[in-house]
Design a protein around this ligand. Structure first.
Ligand code: 5AD
Ligand code: SF4
Length: 441
């Protein structure tokens, strides 16, 4: 088995990135090693995302490209997994149009990968095994991390929020949390192996432990991680405004390792649209949270967000409220999306869908405001000294290093490769719209 190779293609969010790291860990335990060449692989896995329609399209495009490779090799295994596989119409499409795919599994049985591969290899049969719901949290899975110095750690799985546009509660199932002792043990182990930065992952980390009745909440978890020797930075993704507690806001003041950055998806600036999205907060609630976060940190916190334009029924006035919220908050960065109809979600059935033309036109207006806010924020960094975790070097010039500030901003500067994985002081010399330029001290 020694010379077998795997190739994993990952679409979507950090949750998927981390699932792929776990699959890579399991494959390595089975004796496979990674290859960057598809043609050299014995198993190719596509880990899919279904958050928006273009993700579906890209998946089928990538899958189509593998047909010839699969047909020319009797031994190659093509496997597909992830969120798209939790939808029956996708499974049906694979069965009818891509019958040559060897293995199909979902988001709830990733841990079964070794057994599933063995079955496909030994029985030379196709296997479709998708579970409708999770069957508990599985601990102790290996993981092959992309970086030595930073790591993702799952703290919750699934989502109970049912925002009306979103497919995730259907593809990832009900929310459940990992036990605090398992999380802390994993992070201590990571710290011992040299990891400096951990990102705690969940669809809504703020409701950590609630559905499971734990007596430890998300803020308690941050305080506990803050005590782990060797960990220098703590981040988390994603945080739902409706569950952001005052206790967590205080953690920004008390926990020196908690990076002064929050990703707090607002989705829309109009309370009417927020209600239709089932977000369960108003524009005013959201702005109050931003004010509290800024007060607790003396204004020293970067705020990033997700925004959807063209949600069904969004009027020009509603959209103007989104624009005015952007001007008020002045985000440090934002992921911006055109609303995309997701089959099976309530909003897909709403009759007042917005035309593509209006969506695009609003999107462009919104980007202009966001970009000018970002440029202004980044200009204010000029002259400041920032602690930067050095992540790598540029492909073109190995002397150009790239890293991230505590506030998550990308900084490019000259240095030597030995700095990769370390936190260094960098003076910012230029603030551009999407990144900073600096010089190491
Ligand atoms: N259309 C557009 N954007 C969406 N998102 C989730 N579902 C949709 C959809 N149907 C966005 C939200 C979420 C991010 C991960 O993706 O902004 O926060
Ligand atoms: Fe989707 Fe809303 Fe859950 Fe986020 S909180 S995953 S947007 S349903």
């Amino acid at each position: 088995m020694g010379n077998k190779h795997y190739y994993i293609m990952t679409f979507g969010c950090q949750m998927n990135e981390h699932d792929s790291e776990i699959m890579a860990g399991m494959l390595e335990r089975m004796g496979y090693s990674e290859t960057e060449k598809r043609a050299e692989a014995d198993i190719i896995i596509i880990n899919t995302c279904s958050i928006r329609e273009n993700a579906d399209k890209r998946f089928f495009g990538s899958l189509g490209q593998l047909k010839r490779l699969r047909m020319s090799s009797r031994d190659l295994i093509v496997a597909v997994c992830g969120c798209m596989m939790q939808q029956q119409h996708i499974i049906d499409a694979i069965k009818t149009k891509y019958g040559w795919v060897d293995l199909v599994f979902g988001t709830h049985n990733i841990h079964m990968l070794p057994e599933m591969i063995n079955r496909v290899v030994n029985e030379r049969q196709k296997l479709i095994d998708v579970w409708d719901e999770h069957r508990g949290v599985v601990e102790g899975l290996p993981s092959k991390r992309k970086y030595d110095f930073k790591a993702f750690v799952n703290i919750t799985y699934g989502c109970n929020n049912f925002c009306t546009y979103c497919i995730v509660p259907y593809t990832r199932g009900r929310e459940r949390s990992r036990r605090p002792e398992d999380i802390l043990r994993e992070i201590s182990g990571l710290a011992e192996s040299g990891v400096k930065e951990v990102t705690l992952l969940g669809q809504n980390v703020n409701s950590y432990g609630i559905a499971d009745g734990f007596d430890v909440d998300f803020a308690d978890l941050i305080y506990a991680v803050n005590e782990i020797d060797g960990i220098e930075r703590i981040r988390f993704m994603t945080s739902h405004p409706k569950d952001l507690s005052d206790k967590l806001i205080m953690a920004y003041r008390d926990c020196e390792k908690l990076a002064k950055h929050i990703h707090l998806p607002v989705q829309a600036g109009s309370s009417r649209i927020l209600k239709r999205m089932n977000r369960r907060y108003t524009r005013e609630d959201y702005l109050l949270l931003i004010e509290k976060l800024r007060n607790a940190t003396g204004g020293n916190i970067a705020v990033t967000t997700d925004i959807i334009v063209g949600f069904p029924g969004e009027s020009e006035e509603d959209f103007q409220e989104t624009l005015s919220l952007l001007e008020t908050v002045k985000y440090d960065s934002a992921f911006t999306f055109l609303y995309s109809v997701r089959k099976g979600t309530p909003a897909a059935e709403y009759e007042d869908q917005i035309s593509e033309e209006i969506k695009h036109e609003r999107f462009n207006r919104m980007r202009e405001i966001l970009d000018s806010g970002m440029a202004e924020n980044n200009k204010a960094y000029e002259g400041r000294i920032e602690k930067v975790l050095v992540e790598g070097s540029s492909k073109k010039n190995s002397r150009t290093l790239t890293g991230r500030t505590e506030s998550m901003k990308i900084v490019n500067f000259y240095g030597n490769r030995e700095m990769i994985g370390k936190i260094v002081d960098v003076r910012i010399t230029e603030g551009k719209t999407y990144s900073l330029v600096g010089e190491v001290l």
